[in-house]
Design a protein around this ligand. Structure first.
Ligand code: ADP
Ligand code: GN1
Ligand code: MG
Length: 371
């Protein structure tokens, strides 16, 4: 996507149902996909109100209208459940702000799509685990999310990205990217390419089990990074699951695994010193405990047994996606410096290797909580 222009943003701001006087606007968060802004409005005698404004990435999400339909469906469903449970629907789920025309999205004169959410106050989305308890809380929240959506009518959800976690299909896309080598980068990353090729069995693993009918399709989040959860600043509890663009039918193991890949790593996703990167077994343990508890008995024995495999598959898939994007010229994931996607790919493969070393321990840990 082209960078967001100030005039474009102003046009969007003028078209949402906001109250008060805009006193501050700035880029916000560290997501890799959308362009996110925090807006602050002053309202006479009432103080300040914050909102999130996002330009949606329509190169990644090519059907933004359907996507917003998913989000409205899921958030209104969650809102009802939260109210039934005596919770606060203003803070425990995303709340879409409509445009002045009453639509959940705005199309600007360049054709870009915008949407806006109420800002979740007094809560933080963390880019790295700062305390084991935060990680535990995020596990319970993602588990709860899965449980709350267990009866959601999955057939009404649009597939916002086709084959998003179809690791087998992504393996083929990767091979094609190596073959095409449009940036002439393949020769510099032979070791990483070989790593992917040596792990084809990992890419196919869940596909094969699905073919045999051994694992159920559920409504899942599909992007369970730690920074897609808001943790309450006062109570330390996970309060809200955000970034609902990829809520679609998927596998519970993948939701678990994506959290491990990001949150149980001892280093940042783009760390350049690989000696600092490994998968922390205490964090793995605490997340497994929280996620299984949060799912509240909904997971089958087989799913629980396969949680370590979810961690390996998601970490491998993400590394392969970063490498694919590097080979294709960094067109998917936002980068802030050259070779960042290659660095990201390397941390993921280091984590996969580390998980392979710790495989027995990972299995023992989930067995403890299987009961
Ligand atoms: P991306 O798909 O690019 O990751 P997100 O929807 O996750 O976009 O938003 C990026 C960041 O903006 C989040 O990690 C979070 O820090 C912040 N954010 C998004 N929505 C809200 C919200 N409603 N309230 C507070 N912060 C939010
Ligand atoms: C993207 O949107 P964000 O930054 O939360 C990506 C995930 C990757 C992640 C890697 C829609 O997540 O699939 O795992 O980057 N989201 C999409 O950090 O592709
Ligand atoms: Mg995000």
């Amino acid at each position: 996507m082209e960078p967001v222009l100030k005039a474009q943003r102003d046009e969007a701001i003028a078209n949402f149902q906001y109250e008060g006087v805009l006193v501050e606007e700035r880029p916000y968060g560290s997501g890799h996909i959308n362009d996110t802004f925090l807006l602050t409005f002053a309202i006479a005698e009432m103080g300040q109100i914050k909102v999130i404004l996002q330009r949606m990435n329509t190169e990644v999400f090519t059907q933004p209208v359907e996507l917003m339909e998913n989000i409205l469906g899921v958030t209104s469903y969650l809102r009802k459940k939260i109210i039934e449970n005596g919770g606060d629907p203003e803070r425990e789920t995303l709340n879409v702000i409509n445009t002045v025309d009453g639509l959940p999205y705005f199309i600007d004169s360049k054709g870009d799509y915008w949407r806006s959410y109420k800002f979740i106050t007094d809560a933080t989305s963390y880019d790295a685990v700062e305390s084991a308890d935060d990680f535990y809380q995020s596990a319970v929240s993602f588990g709860n999310f899965q449980r709350l959506l267990a009866d959601y009518p999955a057939e009404t959800l649009h597939e916002t990205i086709k084959g998003f976690h179809d690791t087998k299909a992504r393996f083929q896309v990767f091979k094609k990217a190596v073959e095409d080598d449009v940036m002439h980068r393949a020769d510099c990353v032979r070791k990483e390419i070989q790593f992917v090729l040596d792990h084809e069995d990992v890419a196919n693993y869940f596909w094969e089990l699905q073919q045999k009918g051994e694992i159920p399709l559920r409504v899942t989040h599909n992007d369970t990074k730690l920074n897609n959860i808001m943790i309450d600043n006062k109570t330390g509890k996970g309060i809200c699951v955000i970034d609902l663009d990829t809520v679609m039918p998927g596998l519970a193991m993948n939701d678990f695994g994506d959290s491990i890949r990001f949150g149980a790593s001892t280093a940042a996703e783009d760390e350049q010193d690989l000696d600092k990167v490994w998968c922390d077994m205490d964090l793995f343990d605490i997340y497994a405990k929280g996620y299984i508890e949060g799912c509240g008995g909904k997971l089958t024995e087989r799913e629980i047994e396969l949680l370590p495999m979810g961690a390996k598959v998601m970490t491998f898939e993400c590394g392969m996606r970063f490498l694919t994007d590097y080979l294709q010229g960094d067109t998917y994931f936002k980068i802030h410096r050259e070779h960042q996607n290659l660095d990201r790919c390397r941390t993921q493969f280091k984590l996969v290797e580390d998980m392979e070393k710790k495989w027995y321990t990972m299995q023992e840990i989930v067995r403890k909580y299987a009961k």
